[in-house]
Structures are given as structure tokens and as C-alpha cells.
Write a protein that binds this ligand. Structure first.
Ligand code: GDP
Ligand code: IMO
Ligand code: MG
Length: 450
């Protein structure tokens, strides 16, 4: 069977913690989209791991797969694997030969495009992670990308580089005015330098037997009885189709992405569990509207600061302070409908303890109308006024290894209200970052209705 973990909001909902929690019950953990823009945190017995590409089951020793829907930066991947080995783990990572490779020129182009957008003050800057994600997916869709499988054949690699690099160089020079030869980025646009580095990457991938036919690999594992956990990165509101375009990433974090991004049938993914990971409030790194953002008067700013500090809301990848808002139910209803959640996990319930006030946006008001879900255009979404319902707060106790029933009643009411609104069961409640601080109500591998 399969369990698919999906971010319900804007990323950083604590997906890594739940993948770790249930990764021990899985045989294979599969990332199906995104790349090293992700930063997934796992905390085990006080030991913290920040994972960008290695699937979060690694801390449990579960095999990790990067599916064909991912974009892979081999430098980051090898650095991460080596770093984890230094810390005593032994990550077993397999990479789809159909996954696309992030090359150094993709990162350069990501940086200069964002810079250009911020210069002309047009408000179109996305605030990307700068990892080259957008430019790599652009090349994939433009049919000029280079796939992991291409790195295994030096002749194919050279041919692909000779086609694509001059193209990228012309874009950098003619569109963005970069003097490539005189810049710090000359090697990023140099066929020979790239060929040398990436032939070696291919050799390591081959020597370590890391590449797979992802669809076939997962089919064989599954039919042999293995349990597959799909680990979404990012979140629904930054999905390229279902998020607030253009302030989105360039892939599909929503549950359909698990099928396409791994070569697994939709019937298989759909027959399994789909668990939406919910942060008990909102955080956002990067630009774009956020109707419930706490950015008004000094009181709101103070509340945002308190939540940011208590929740450690600083980007895992870039270190940027995250923007903070109240929980937004229209956003969650949209997420649940797009992915078909069978269950949810609500994290960061501890962070809301002892706040001077607690609000949840239950609907939006727009042009005199009430909306229960997110409008399709970002311009309309930006004009939505949240309609709030106030909740009682609760006190922070020592919640390590707490049972759900012993949580304060007001915390349980909050959790149950959210679950009812999105019409999904509560599978877990996060009351702290550590594995022991996730209260499990149901294990999707064990307790799911067949
Ligand atoms: P991901 O990208 O969805 O995996 O989330 P991140 O790892 O980027 O951000 C979540 C942060 O919150 C990490 O620092 C986690 O260790 C932490 N975290 C996860 N669940 C909880 C929780 O229930 N309470 C608190 N206080 N922190 C949590
Ligand atoms: P995890 O998996 C939060 C945001 C960036 C930016 C937009 C596009 O840790 O939840 P990109 O580099 O993908 O082109 O940036 O998406 N973003 C994330 N925000 N969590 C993430 O991943 C994110 N990955 C990308 O900040 O606004
Ligand atoms: Mg993250």
C-alpha cells in the first residue's frame, strides 16, 4: 500500500517530521517533485537533521528514491549523503534516470532573473530559494533538459551540453545582459568544464548503483508487498497549478504529483492514504499575498514575532525569517479538495500555547460575497478579507510522550474543528519538533480502512 504526505499550505508544515514518524513503517520513501529547494527537518532524540534532497526516511534507514518528477542537483545530493554518513547514517538513495539534472547555469539564471524582477519594482519577484528549480523545470518542459540517465553516457552528455549550453549562454547575455566570460559564472556556461564535472557525477552514480527505472522499481517493490511512502515537498498553495501563481514553485506538490512524479498509477496512489500536513498557523517564505498575515499594527507585529521565535520560523534552506499568519481554512479546504485528503496531521500546536489571542480564518469576504475556498486569481485572493473566529488558547505543559486525551481541551477543540472543516480524520498532532513529540492517533499504514 501507499501513503502520500502532502503539504497543505505554503511549505514547511513539518512534513519531514511525519515522514520520519511513519518512515519506519515503510520500505521505501519516495520524493516525487521539487529539488533542493526543500528543507525537511527530522529531530530524533534531540539530534536534528535538515534534509534537502535525501528523503526523510533516511534517519530510519529506509530506502529513499528521488522520482522522475524531481530535479536533482548532484552537488547538493552528494554533499548531503556524505554529511549524513559522517553523522553515522547510511543513506541508501536511488535516483530515477528520468529525473532532470540541475546544472550550475540553472542556478545562475534563477539568480539573475529574480534580480531583474526586483530591480524594475514591478512586484513580480517570487523570492525563490535560488536553487535553479524554475529554470530546470523550464528546460524540462522546453525539451532541452538533461536527465540523470544522460549522465551515464558521456557521448549523450556531450551532445546534450553542446546543444543546450550555447542557448543558455545567449539567454544570460542577450536577455539579462550578463557578460558571461567576464563574470564569476564563466564555468557555469562552459561545455568542457560542465562535461568534465558531470561525467564524474555519472561515474559515481553508476559505481554506487544509484540510478533506477523509478516506475519499474516501485512496481516491483510494491507487488512484492513493500509499503511505499510518498514524501511531498513544498505545499498546495505554492503548487504550480493549484497555488497562487506566479508566487509558486515549478512543480506539483499535490497528491496527483505522486503518481506522475514516480510513475505509479493514480489508482495505486488513490487506493492508499493521502495525509495533508497542516501547520496550526501559517508561515510563508518568499513573496505573494497572505490574507491572514500578521503584519498590521504593532500588536500584530509583536504576535508574529512571538510565533516566529517560538516556532523557529526561519527558512531551513535560506535562513530567511518566515512571514506569519493565522490559520486559513479556505486555503485548507482547497488543499483537501485538490489532493483528496484521507487524513491530516496538525503540527506546531505547542507554538500557539499561551498566546494573548488565537484566531482562525473561516471564510473570506470579497466584494460583498462570502467565499469558503481560495479564488483562482492571485489578484482576487490578495483582496480577500478574512472572516475570523476566535478560539480559546491553552497552556503549554510538558507534552513529551503525551496522549491525545491529556492535551488541554481547548487545544483538542481547535484540532477537531479544523479536521471537521476539511472533512478528514486526525492522524497526528505535533506538539514539538522531536519524534517523541508527535502524538499519533492513527498510523496510516496500520489503521487505514481498506
Ligand atoms: P517541512 O519542510 O514541511 O519538512 O518543514 P520544515 O522542516 O522546513 O519546518 C518545520 C520546522 O518545525 C522544523 O524546524 C521542525 O523541526 C519543526 N516542527 C515540526 N513539527 C513541529 C511541532 O509540532 N512543533 C514545533 N514546535 N516544531 C515542529
Ligand atoms: P519545503 O519542502 C517553503 C518557495 C520559495 C518561493 C517559491 C519558489 O521545505 O516545504 P523555488 O526556489 O521553488 O523556485 O521558489 O517557493 N518555496 C518554499 N517555501 N517551503 C519549501 O519547501 C519551499 N520550496 C520553495 O520561498 O517563494
Ligand atoms: Mg521546509
Amino acid at each position: 500500500m501507499t501513503v502520500t504526505i502532502v503539504g497543505s499550505q505554503l511549505g514547511d508544515e513539518g512534513k519531514g517530521a511525519l515522514v520520519d514518524r511513519w518512515g519506519g513503517d515503510a520500505d521505501v520513501v519516495v520524493r516525487y517533485q521539487g529539488g533542493d529547494n526543500a528543507g525537511h527537518t527530522v529531530v530524533e532524540g534531540g539530534e536534528e537533521y535538515k534534509l534537502s534532497l535525501v528523503p526523510s526516511g533516511a534517519v530510519r534507514g529506509t530506502i529513499g528514491v528521488l522520482g522522475n518528477g524531481c530535479v536533482v542537483n548532484p552537488r547538493t545530493l552528494f554533499t548531503e549523503i556524505d554529511g549524513l554518513r559522517d553523522r553515522g547514517l547510511d543513506p541508501d538513495v536511488r535516483i530515477a534516470r528520468r529525473a532532470h539534472v540541475i546544472f550550475p547555469y540553472h542556478r545562475v539564471l534563477d539568480g539573475i532573473e529574480e534580480e531583474g524582477k526586483s530591480d524594475d519594482d514591478s512586484g513580480v519577484e517570487v523570492g525563490t530559494t535560488g536553487r535553479g528549480i524554475g529554470p530546470t523545470y523550464e528546460d524540462k518542459a522546453g525539451r532541452r533538459g538533461i536527465r540523470v540517465g544522460d549522465l551515464l553516457d558521456p557521448d549523450v552528455l556531450r551532445e546534450r551540453l553542446e546543444y543546450v549550453v550555447p542557448h543558455k549562454r545567449r539567454v544570460a547575455e542577450a536577455v539579462y545582459g550578463l557578460d558571461v566570460a567576464e563574470s564569476d559564472h564563466a564555468d557555469a556556461f562552459d561545455v568542457e568544464a560542465l562535461y568534465e564535472e558531470f561525467v564524474e557525477v555519472g561515474e559515481r552514480l553508476a559505481d554506487d548503483e544509484m540510478t533506477i527505472n523509478c516506475s519499474d522499481f516501485l512496481y516491483r517493490r510494491r507487488t512484492a508487498g513493500d509499503r511505499i511512502l510518498f514524501e511531498g515537498a513544498q505545499g498546495t498553495s505554492i503548487d504550480i497549478d493549484h497555488g497562487n501563481y506566479p508566487f509558486v514553485t515549478s512543480s506539483n506538490p499535490t497528491a496527483g504529483g505522486a503518481a506522475v512524479g514516480s510513475g505509479t498509477g493514480v489508482t495505486t496512489v488513490g487506493a492508499g492514504e493521502v495525509v495533508g500536513i497542516v501547520k496550526a498557523y501559517l508561515s510563508r517564505v518568499g513573496a505573494g499575498p497572505l490574507p491572514t498575515e500578521l503584519d498590521g499594527d504593532d500588536d500584530e507585529a509583536a504576535l508574529a514575532d512571538e510565533i516566529r521565535e517560538k516556532g523557529g520560523e526561519f527558512g531551513t534552506v535560506t535562513g530567511r525569517p518566515r512571514r506569519i499568519g493565522w490559520l486559513d481554512l479556505p486555503m485548507l479546504r482547497h488543499a483537501s479538495r485538490v489532493s483528496g485528503f484521507t487524513g491530516i496531521a496538525i503540527n506546531h500546536v505547542d507554538v500557539l500555547a499561551d498566546l494573548p489571542e488565537l484566531q482562525v480564518c473561516v471564510e473570506y469576504e470579497l466584494d460583498g460575497e462570502r467565499l469558503d475556498t481560495v479564488p483562482t486569481t492571485t489578484q482576487r485572493w490578495a483582496r480577500c478579507e478574512p472572516v475570523y473566529r476566535e478560539f480559546d488558547t491553552w497552556s503549554m505543559g510538558d507534552w513529551t510522550e503525551t496522549e491525545y486525551d491529556t492535551l488541554p481541551e481547548s487545544a483538542r477543540s481547535y484540532v477537531e474543528f479544523v479536521a471537521e472543516e476539511v472533512d478528514a480524520a486526525v492522524y497526528a498532532v505535533g506538539v514539538g519538533p522531536d519524534r517523541e513529540e508527535t502524538i499519533e492517533l492513527a498510523n496510516p499504514f496500520e489503521d487505514a480502512a481498506d
